[in-house]
Design a protein around this ligand. Structure first.
Ligand SMILES: [Zn+2]
Length: 480
């Protein structure tokens, strides 16, 4: 009944208006959750930071953001004291292959052409529906404990990923992989198209899961199939996640690309570059590519840590940011950067661009945090729902404690986050108004059971992985 008044009140407070009449105590509005006593980084257009701030949540939505005076207007059965910690929007990881967390730490012996010599054979032998489900659960807990509230992913058996993700309580954009050879959940080449279509129809109205197509790359999916996916994605209004310009030689690997167009120009030429596309990596882009992406309203998932580890290059992230592209941060899969959280990625994002441009004044911490939150939301075309702490947005919120020695002092919260914080500093994670983790304790699943399932998978994989690695290294030494 009083919701409308409260929303207007908080909007006025945000605008710095101090003329709002104090309602009587008996007119206190009953919300479902209140966060108090935090340094609130709103990441709104003005980048307002509210000291001793308060956030009020009603079910899945933020209904008020302001200073401590809000406490006279609102009450809730659950109040979380942020204890002077930093309160910010949950981080958004725009590119991942989360179930590969079952394989992280493998194939680290300096293997040449690791994707084809190691990844694909390992997946062929060991992937199963159960592994994908269990590994997603581990990954989702890892994400929740490190403050990622939304992740975008390209993998297989995405319905099982959706199930595990929802059990932990995270938000995700899940794309079923489409590729030109048989894979674990599709015995026919390109079988992912049918799998994805069914998945999209099933999850279309889910509050946490956005179902998507994930054609693997321009060099592993034909022109005709990319066009078919484009038509279906328009019909079903589903995002399309794809790897683009990760490698310098992609143009020559595209079938039928007689004019040697760049991968981005190729997507434009065949009529599939549009505002549902999320391009992962975008390392080898020229200005024309950047213009085409911007014009199409497509977006880029920037993965600096994986790109550094894989020696694939430094993306023109600063150029894309400056030119207002939809740009978010990602980790790529857990075999590519070994972390699913964004903490190290934050400093990589700043430092690699500074090195590349020989300029210490660019990519300042505030800009990096923007990329990890509202930037990611824009990259996933979800900025109306998530990415900032504003009235009307979904309540995806994290609290980062500032009492640990590594977090002290905290003069500039953006710098503290980018250069000091680590996943262990995240104390509380809220997604869609539900508390997924509080004071480091995961709420929705049995941790011991999850850990046991991972140990079983690890024991099953270890021996095969060792042999595969020996073979891959041997074939390299034979070549030399
Ligand atoms: Zn990837």
């Amino acid at each position: 009944m009083k919701t409308r008044i409260s929303i207007i009140t908080s909007a006025l407070l945000l605008a710095g208006c101090s003329t709002v009449a104090e309602p009587q105590a008996e007119s206190q509005y009953n919300a479902s959750l209140i966060i108090t006593n935090g340094q609130v980084l709103t990441i709104n257009d003005e980048k307002d930071v509210i000291e001793n701030g308060v956030i009020v949540i009603e079910n899945d939505t933020i209904v008020a953001v302001g200073d401590a005076s809000l406490l006279s207007r609102y009450q809730a059965p659950k109040v979380i004291d942020a204890e002077d910690g930093i309160v910010m929007p949950g981080m958004i990881n725009t590119h991942n292959h989360l179930p590969m967390i079952a394989f992280r730490g493998l194939g680290e012996e300096g293997i040449e052409n690791r994707l084809f010599a190691y990844f694909f054979p390992l997946e062929k032998e060991k992937l199963s529906r159960d592994l994908i489900y269990q590994a997603t659960k581990l990954g989702a807990v890892d994400l929740a404990q490190s403050g990622v509230t939304t992740y975008a992913d390209m993998y297989y058996h995405v319905d099982d990923m959706a199930r595990a993700t929802k059990e932990v309580g995270l938000r995700a954009v899940l794309g079923e992989t489409v590729i030109k050879f048989p894979v674990v959940d599709a015995p026919e080449p390109y079988g992912g198209i049918e799998y994805a279509t069914q998945f999209i129809e099933e999850y279309q109205n889910d509050p946490l899961i956005t179902p998507a197509f994930a054609p693997h790359a321009v060099y592993t999916v034909s022109k005709e199939k990319l066009q078919e996916i484009n038509r279906l994605s328009a019909k079903l209004d589903a995002p399309v996640l794809i790897h683009v310009a990760e490698f310098g030689n992609e143009a020559e690997r595209i079938e039928g690309n007689d004019q040697q167009l760049s991968p981005v120009a190729w997507l434009k030429e065949i009529g599939v570059l549009d505002n549902r596309m999320v391009l992962a990596h975008g390392i080898h882009l020229d200005q024309n590519d950047i213009d085409l992406i911007k014009e199409a309203g497509a977006s880029v998932a920037h993965n600096p840590m994986a790109n550094a580890k894989g020696a694939t290059g430094i993306a023109p992230a600063w150029e894309m940011y400056r030119q207002g592209l939809r740009l978010g941060l990602g980790t790529d899969g857990p075999m590519s950067s070994n972390q699913v959280d964004l903490w190290r990625t934050l400093s990589y994002t700043a430092n690699m661009q500074r090195l590349k441009h020989n300029d210490r004044t660019i990519m300042i911490p505030e800009q990096v945090i923007e990329l990890s939150t509202i930037g990611g939301a824009r990259a996933l075309h979800m900025e109306d729902q998530i990415g900032s702490l504003e009235v009307g947005k979904k309540a995806d919120i994290i609290i980062i404690e500032t009492q640990s020695p590594n977090m002290m002092p905290n003069y500039n919260p953006y710098a503290t986050l980018v250069y000091q914080a680590n996943p262990g500093n995240v104390s509380t994670t809220i997604v869609n108004g539900d508390i997924v983790m509080e004071q480091r304790e995961i709420k929705n699943i049995d941790m011991a059971e999850m850990q046991q399932a991972v140990r079983t998978i690890e024991a099953d994989i270890a021996e095969f992985a060792k042999e595969l690695s020996k073979k891959a290294i041997k074939s390299k030494s034979l070549m030399n």
